[in-house]
Design a protein around this ligand. Sequence first.
Ligand SMILES: [Zn+2]
Length: 339
Amino acid sequence: MRGAVMHAPGDVRVEERGEPRIVEPTDAILRMSATCICGSDLWPYRGVDALDGPTPMGHEYAGIVEEVGSEVTTIKPGQFVIGSFFASDNTCEICRAGYQSSCVHRVGIGTEGSQAERLRVPLADGTLVATPGVPADDLVPSLLAASDVLGTGWFGAVAAEAGPGKTVAVVGDGAVGLHGVLAAKQLGAERIIAMSRHASRQQLAREYGATDIVEERGDDGVAAIKELTNGLGAHSVIEAVGTQESMMQAIRATRPGGHVGYVGVTHGDLPGDQLFESATHLHGGPAPVRRFLPELLGLIADRTVDPGRVFDLTLPLEQAAEGYAAMDERRAIKALLTP
Ligand SMILES: [Zn+2]
């Protein structure tokens, strides 16, 4: 089958890869309806994360089940399914507490590489959620978005305790940050401040529910948030970038006693003295997307939310390299790939 492989920073090729097969009796094999490129795929693309030789890419997926292992009981061939970027059993204590991305048996989908025609999904019964029937084509991008960026932004908003009466600020205007805005709106936040300096992203943020836009960053960005909140800072801040600078911007924009939900894959050390002084709640990490999937699929099916709008570039899988370049150069928010 065809699949995207990163050979070196800036060097993504679509080439022949081994056909995925059932390895464990709890596996399923999917035929991909759509897949996509994640902001976190840009870390190795930009040389920030080291590559250990040629690496199959991708961890977001939506598709049709082709085959299941002998111990899979609830997932059936022919179903349209979505799952998270970590396979999880959904039965261990950590899963039952709602932290499926930290399941004691978790398997990273990234090691399988979903930017391909087919994908092996471990722990199929725990990982995959089936839609009631095969969805309309125009819903597929939104369902794919639920696989990571919607679920991750949603967790950011939940971790930041976004809700009625709250002012929520969102650091980061990529697909996750924009879905943090969408989630904060759905969770009933009173005021939502999107931090963005890109006109097209500001526009989508407003359509997703942002009430205010702050273009400044760093000290000026923090000052702007404080100015909008009587000098106090936001109740809830969603961090969706993952640099040391963005994380500290989020913490400093949060009022004492407030909550930071951090879902950018954090790179860099944080100064302990500033963390101590901030008196904020910090909660984040790899988003337990599986926890939210049933609810999110319902909101998509009844067209309450339209997270597929973040895909502003659609390419055939064969042109994955162009999708990476477009996202790297910020010509595209997020690229959808059709196998
Ligand atoms: Zn588990």
